[in-house]
Design a protein around this ligand. Structure first.
Ligand code: CTP
Length: 414
């Protein structure tokens, strides 16, 4: 399964380093080449000899090794790898990665790395929960690093909580699914709209909504990880967008509609944006002043329905058109009606009363073209993104017609 794959395995300091020996054994059993880097901290727990013996390859430890650096070892190691795995990842190494610090072989290699990275953190639960560490984790996640664990349980120090490194079998499963997933959507062009739109009333005021852009960004990132070519079109948000093939920043619904039209054709369109349904019919060039009447009337004009325009596009309708439905009541029924009205293939109904609109979780009911419903329950937005991309991969694999999409998701749900 992992034949011809080269994994650069960085083992940093932590008692969990002993589990990495098992990981090397499992990787070798699967046919992967393992290139190990052992940090000074890691070498306090396991020996270079055991790592090298199991990896059947020399172990790299020193940035200033004359032999390795004559061949630019810290660059070459990353270039020769298909995937970088850090197990265990200590709080120290995660902080260095987040800050771009390069002061030993592992951190220098990571600073110069251009390959996907999977991190299996391991540390005391207070260290894990420390806001500085959580900020670093978020930074790394937003840069597209994959995170495996940590697990809950008893720590080596006797305390209990979250911080145990995942078992080697679990890390191996993530490595395998990374390789299976990596190219699943290569060659597919996907347009994703995300975030709110702001509709100006005057130079200081606008009509907007509470969308954070997090769900759209998570979907764009998961699509990139699956090898798709992603054009992300986003309204104004404070969250940093993930690295995509193309990124277009817009403010209003009309700008978003134009950007989508210009981005077509595509194989898949995913409309995650919370597009403002209305805009001020006229925009005042000056700040509107109170006139003493204690009343203000604003005339609104309806914005274009971007999802519907794409789903009914005469020449350039993508094969798969997916919408979201933000509902505050009868979420499933309303979303089913919305799917038909907008002529999209799949719709993800989101009951926004259950979670803060703009928060980190959603409760999704996934509705396919035959109106069948799958309740995904409460999930983090990144997990929703992974699951949706999983369903898209299944759809593409089967080459199912857009009118027979339910079976792919039903398989995923099982
Ligand atoms: N949408 C769109 N253009 C609009 C309005 C919505 O592309 N002008 C898309 C959204 O991106 C989402 C879907 O349509 O995928 C449903 O959006 P939602 O806000 O739930 O519904 P509305 O169409 O606005 O309908 P209503 O406000 O009546 O619920």
């Amino acid at each position: 399964m992992l034949q011809d794959k080269t994994v650069l395995l960085i083992i940093s300091g932590g008692i969990a380093a002993y589990k990495s020996l098992e990981l090397i054994r499992l990787l070798r059993k699967e046919g992967a080449n393992v290139r190990p880097i052992l940090t000074n901290g890691g070498a306090q727990f396991i020996t270079p000899l055991s790592v090298a013996s199991l990896a059947e390859h020399e172990v790299y430890t020193d940035l200033w090794s004359l032999k390795d650096e004559t061949e630019m070892g810290h660059i070459r190691l990353s270039r020769e790898a298909d995937l970088v795995v850090i197990a265990p990842a200590s709080a120290d190494l995660m902080a260095k990665m987040a800050q771009g610090i390069a002061n030993d072989l592992a951190s220098t290699c990571l600073a110069a790395n251009n390959k996907p990275v999977l991190i299996a953190p391991a540390m005391n639960q207070e260290m894990w929960a420390n806001p500085a560490n959580q900020d670093n984790l978020e930074t790394l996640r937003n840069r597209g690093y994959m995170i495996c664990g940590p697990a809950d349980g008893e720590m080596a120090c006797g305390e209990t909580g979250t911080g145990r490194m995942m078992e080697a079998t679990h890390i191996l499963a993530d490595i395998k699914s990374f390789f299976a997933y990596q190219k699943a959507l290569s060659g597919k062009r996907v347009i994703v709209t995300s975030g709110p739109t702001y509709e100006p009333i005057d130079p200081v005021r606008f009509i907007g909504n509470r969308s954070s852009g997090k769900q759209g960004f998570a979907i764009a990132q998961a699509l990139m990880q699956a090898g798709a070519e992603v054009h992300l079109i986003s309204g104004p948000v404070s969250v940093k967008p993930p690295k995509c093939t193309t990124f277009t920043s817009v403010e209003t619904a009309i700008q978003m509609a134009e950007a989508v039209e210009n981005a077509l054709p595509a194989d898949i369109f995913i409309s995650v944006a919370a597009v403002s349904d209305w805009r001020a019919e006229t925009q005042s060039s000056q700040k509107i002043k109170k006139d003493g009447s204690q009343k203000m009337q604003l005339k609104l004009a309806e914005n274009p329905d971007i999802l519907r325009s794409v789903a009914t596009h005469a020449q350039k309708r993508p094969t798969l058109v997916i919408g979201f439905a933000a509902e505050t009541q009868n979420a499933v029924e309303n979303a089913q009606a919305k799917r038909t009205k907008k002529a999209c293939d799949w719709i993800l109904a989101n009951d926004v009363t259950e979670n803060n609109f703009g928060g980190d979780n959603n409760h999704i009911h996934f509705i396919t073209s035959d109106n069948s419903i799958s309740d995904w329950g409460q999930m983090g937005k990144k997990d929703i993104a992974q699951r949706l991309v999983g369903a898209i991969i299944e759809f593409c694999k089967k080459g199912e017609s857009k009118h027979d999409t339910s079976t792919a998701e039903n398989r995923i749900a099982k």
